[in-house]
Ligand binder design. Sequence first.
Ligand SMILES: Nc1ncnc2c1ncn2[C@@H]1O[C@H](COP(=O)(O)OP(=O)(O)OP(=O)(O)O)[C@@H](O)[C@H]1O
Ligand SMILES: [Mg+2]
Length: 285
Amino acid sequence: MRLSGEEVRNLHKYELKVLQIIERHMQRYDWVPREIITRSSGYSDGEVAYRLGQLLEKGFIKFEAVPYEGYALVFAGYDVIALRSLASKDIVTSLGPFIGEGKESVVYEAMGLGPLAIKLHRIGQRAFRQVRIKREYLPREGHCPWLLASHYSAQREYDALKKLVSTVNVPVPIGINRHAVVMSYLEGSPLNRVTVSDPREVLTLILEEIRKSCQLGVIHGDLSEYNVIVDEDRVYLIDWPQWVETRHQNAPAFLEHDIRTILGFFKKKYRMDVPYDEAMERVLQ
Ligand SMILES: Nc1ncnc2c1ncn2[C@@H]1O[C@H](COP(=O)(O)OP(=O)(O)OP(=O)(O)O)[C@@H](O)[C@H]1O
Ligand SMILES: [Mg+2]
């Protein structure tokens, strides 16, 4: 489901409060009982029923009748709470078009003090178990794993951007709320979607960014042509939630994976045969 700025703005304050109550109680319940919502809100039964109806219709929550009447947040509802919160702090002043949907996020353009990208992390719901195996940092227990995992993933990405931004070409981290990371909007295109005129130079630039992040103790861990943005004579590395520290036991394997993936891309698309050892040497300089 794609959100518009209008939908976020038009969310009535009672609807927002009901959503926040459901969010809070999802730490304890898979389905938050209606009477708990009523009690926590202080609204009348009729008011709560009406607001829940509106939220269901908008696709922000879901409903289960058995064994008791209960409500649960879905991603769209979590998105809207985060976006309203970012708006109330003036971090985001308007929501722009949807840019992309990955396996583990949706990204929107937005405006704040300048052009922004908002990445709403989406870890889990269906494939949570597999994701947890891949991403060992995820919480292991508790209710509503997707909500916690998505929040955690956003925090990880934000932390990486903060560590890197002074030295490495990454989006500037602007703010975070729940599972939403707000960062500067990058012009340019993902490496997989452009044909560069000087691939040797672009590869050199990418290896240089990898080198600088290693020096700061950070390994990307999921680098590929999809996570490199090329803008004129610069390259940016994006998509950092799975980063690891260089002292992490799997860091060498992650670094090798990153370098081999990038070299593989240049070999396939540009017929460039740069040996792995040579690339690694440049990164470890
Ligand atoms: N700061 C940004 N500025 C401009 N565009 C961005 C920015 N961050 C992300 N995007 C766009 O959104 C897409 C998805 O972002 P990202 O790679 O971080 O998420 P993802 O969950 O890995 O998605 P995928 O699974 O498709 O790789 C990117 O390919 C890029 O086109
Ligand atoms: Mg990506």
